[in-house]
Design a protein around this ligand. Structure first.
Ligand code: GUN
Length: 290
């Protein structure tokens, strides 16, 4: 029997509906509008699409957004100056620096410069540290989106063996850390695999939940998946004129019990979680200002 589809688009839409109500309540109570400042350096086409989608999503739930578009020749000093201005601007509650950055700019230096209270990506070491210790201020957007998809699809995470493919700072590491925590939709036994992992197929075939976040088109083939596993595909890759995930969708659907599509799976969840973090940031800053 083919796998059940985990519909990220629909789940994200219902989260955005709830958020629109919460934003209206916040605006009424504080007379302030939660605002996201997105910073886009250079002209990477995919980044341009992501930033535009984030901007539109803000407007739809009643939040404000500014996009700061800088040329690919921007120096690190210029970018740090912009971040310092956004940190100091009390009308800006969330700051997102779209990655990747051009190579003359040291990514970590820039991400560390974002005020931790405005760090809606949850990339700042203070926020990552808090999350790992189980006392989060923000949760990282894509990993949180994956967790909500698991919860909303009724997947049992407690005690499950979760295998994560990929050890990136944005997805692989944080999603593993979140699912191993004590708590709801957590308490998993987590294995994080990467390019040096030995016996990869043996490990992935022991997964109750397989999370693919390696950025390699259709890498996860049916023989890597245990029959009945839940498969979450974080990848977005261009293959010719097709958009595909890290999972060979058609073949894996025949083996898995549930699976996320690409597009329409994890992608829309990432944006919904970003909006949620922006509202959280606005709330935190309105408390800090009192
Ligand atoms: N580039 C790819 N994914 C992300 C993300 O989640 N946040 C930011 N800022 N840039 C990205």
């Amino acid at each position: 029997m083919p796998a059940r589809l985990i519909d990220g688009k629909a789940i994200a839409a219902s989260i955005r509906e709830r958020l629109a109500v919460d934003v209206a309540t916040f605006r009424q109570a504080t007379h302030r509008i939660p605002k996201l400042a997105a910073v886009l350096v250079g002209d990477d086409p995919a980044s341009q699409v992501y930033v535009r989608n984030k901007e539109q999503a803000c407007t739809k739930v009643g939040m404000a957004s500014d996009v700061h578009r800088l040329p690919s020749t921007t120096t690190q000093t210029q970018l740090l100056e912009l971040i310092a201005r956004l940190n100091a601007d009390s009308d800006v509650h969330g700051i997102l620096v779209q990655l990747p950055l051009p190579k003359q700019i040291h990514e970590t230096t820039v991400l560390d410069a974002v005020d931790p209270l405005k760090d809606v990506d949850c990339f700042h070491p203070e926020n990552v540290g808090r999350m790992v210790q189980g006392r989060p201020r923000f949760l990282p957007c894509t990993p949180h989106g994956v967790q909500v998809l698991l919860r909303e699809s009724g997947t049992t995470v407690d005690g499950a063996h979760v295998v994560v493919l990929g050890r990136s700072e944005i997805v692989g590491k944080p999603v593993g850390m979140m699912l191993v925590q004590k708590g709801e939709t957590a308490n998993a036994t987590v294995t994080i695999c990467h390019s040096r992992t030995k016996n990869l197929a043996e490990i992935t075939r022991s997964a109750d939940i397989l999370i693919a976040a390696i950025g390699r088109p259709e890498f996860v083939t049916a023989d890597l998946v245990r029959p009945g596993a839940v498969v979450i595909d974080v990848g977005i890759n261009r293959l010719g004129d097709r958009l595909v995930g890290d999972v060979a969708f058609a073949a894996v659907s025949e083996v898995a019990s549930a699976i996320t599509p690409v597009p329409g799976g994890v992608g829309p969840m990432t944006i919904a979680m970003l909006l949620e973090n922006t509202l959280t940031a606005a709330k935190l800053q309105s408390v800090a200002a009192q």
